[in-house]
Structures are given as C-alpha cells and as structure tokens.
Design a protein around this ligand. Structure first.
Ligand code: ATP
Ligand code: MG
Length: 255
C-alpha cells in the first residue's frame, strides 16, 4: 500500500488528483464545478490512501466501482469517506443513493450519511476489510457467527423497513467489517423502496448457496449446508416474513 497523501482543496486541480475527481474524462468546467461543490460541502482536503487503485492514476483510494471512486475527505476536523461520481456513471447524480442511505441509517444500517450533492456522498469512514478478506483471517466459529448474525440482522431490518438493497446476491464488495468487528452494508445506488424486498434471502444466497470465496470459507467453518434445507427455510421466510421464520433461517445457516 502506498503512503497516504493529504491534498488541500486548492491543489485538487493538479494532477493526478484531477483525474480522480473527474474519472475517466477530465473536462475543465466539470473539474472546476466539482471543486466548488466540495468547497460548498465544507471539505478542506482529500486524502488518498487505501488498497484500491484507479487505472492510470498514481494515487491509492479506498475503492472503485462503476459508479464511483471512494476516497477520504477531511471536513471540520473529521475524516470521512467520499464517494465521487464517475463522469461515465449511468446515474445523473448521487442524490437517490443519499436518500436510500439515510433511510437505511434510520434502522441502524450503512455508514452514517453526513452530506451529499450531485457528485459527492460524504459518509462515515469505515476502517476495515471487505467480508471475503475478513473471513480469510478470521476463521474462529464464534467470531464468524457473530459477524454473519449481524449481517443477517441488518438485512432483516432493511426488509422490515421496506428498503431493498438490490445488490446483495453478489455482495463481495458490499459488506465491510471494521476493526472492532462491526458490520456495514455499503453501496445503496440500486436500492429501492418500491421493489419487493429480498435482502435476507439475497444475502443468504450469496453467503451459503453461491460459489464465492466467502461461501467456500463458510462451508469450511459451518459445514456445507444442505441445499434443500436452505431452500426450505428461505422459502418459508419469503412466504411469511416474520421474526420466527427469520430465526429459523438464522439457526439453520449459523449452526
Ligand atoms: N464508507 C466507506 N468507508 C470505507 N470504504 C468504503 C465506504 N464506502 C465504500 N467503500 C469502498 O469503496 C468501494 C466502492 O464503493 P461502492 O460499491 O459504493 O461503489 P460503486 O461504484 O457503486 O461500485 P459498484 O460498481 O460495485 O456498484 C466499496 O466496495 C468499498 O470497498
Ligand atoms: Mg454500485
């Protein structure tokens, strides 16, 4: 990992920082207006550190996807995560995601949203690991049970709140575990309050029925789950979404 670089807002027009702010296409007007947007949000500096990299750009970041690049922002003495909308994202703004994160925050899910604008989301910085990486170094059954129990509980709370995350059936990049073992679900850009909710069943599918690196490790920790048994508990919960069916599913998956 490269060492962190803290860049005050007035140096952001310089390279390579301009390339992160306006990835992958820098247009002068857009760059200027994005820096003004950061200034209006109260951001004093950006910090470039983390284990991800941006193609062709010589600074490290926390994460990179198809919609955004996530770096660190300094605001009123706090270090926050900032999701920067890519110039080629298939979304015109990040405001829908902001609304979905605040709804998730109401039930104690997702990094706390601090502020948002067209091209930026400022939220609580999670200092931790993606779940599949966390599992590589934490194989003790009790610890894994506690963290996965928390993942499923949070999904249950989202189900109860009527908020469907939308990307939990393939979640290698959407579940973070911080240094104290707290779980955070991230990336609410395809979330909806209109769709039928399927957070618990989608995450179960990913964790216990898929072919991911996480499900392979979980197979070692808990033993491979009987497919038909898993389908049974998931179906019962889907049909009748209540606490009793949720706990049955929890017990089936985590014992
Ligand atoms: N609050 C946060 N604190 C720390 N790291 C974060 C935070 N939010 C996101 N990240 C990191 O940044 C990565 C990308 O974020 P996110 O999934 O929101 O971007 P995206 O462009 O929507 O991605 P995708 O194309 O996969 O949908 C995450 O996988 C995670 O590693
Ligand atoms: Mg996304």
């Amino acid at each position: 990992m490269k060492s962190p670089t803290i860049v005050p807002i007035n140096q952001l027009p310089e390279q390579p920082y301009a390339s992160v702010l306006c990835f992958p296409n820098i247009v002068e007007d857009e760059l200027r207006s994005r820096i003004q947007e950061l200034y209006n949000l109260g951001v004093a500096a950006l910090e470039f550190s983390g284990s991800a990299s941006v193609f062709g750009v010589a600074v490290p970041v926390l994460g990179k996807g198809f919609v955004g690049i996530v770096a660190i922002a300094h605001l009123k003495g706090q270090r926050l995560a900032v999701k920067i909308r890519r110039t080629d994202a298939d979304r015109a703004d990040l405001l829908h995601e902001a609304a979905m994160i605040s709804k998730a925050n109401m039930v104690g899910v997702a990094p706390r949203l601090v502020a948002s604008s067209k091209n930026f989301l400022l939220m609580q910085l999670i200092d931790g690991d993606l779940l599949p990486n966390w599992l590589k170094t934490h194989k003790e059954k009790e610890a894994v049970r506690r963290v996965l129990g928390e993942v499923l509980e949070q999904c249950y709370r989202l189900d109860e709140a009527g908020l469907d995350h939308g990307e939990l059936s393939k979640a290698p990049k959407h579940l973070l575990v911080d240094k104290s073992g707290k779980v955070f679900i991230v990336d609410f850009e395809t979330s909806s309050v209109e769709r039928r909710v399927s957070n618990v069943t989608a995450v179960c599918q990913y964790l216990f029925a898929g072919n991911s690196s996480a499900s392979k490790i979980l197979g070692d920790v808990f033993g491979v789950k009987d497919r038909l048994g898993l389908i049974d508990v998931m179906r019962a919960y889907k049909k009748n979404r209540n606490r009793e069916n949720f706990e049955r599913l929890l017990h089936f998956c985590l014992s």
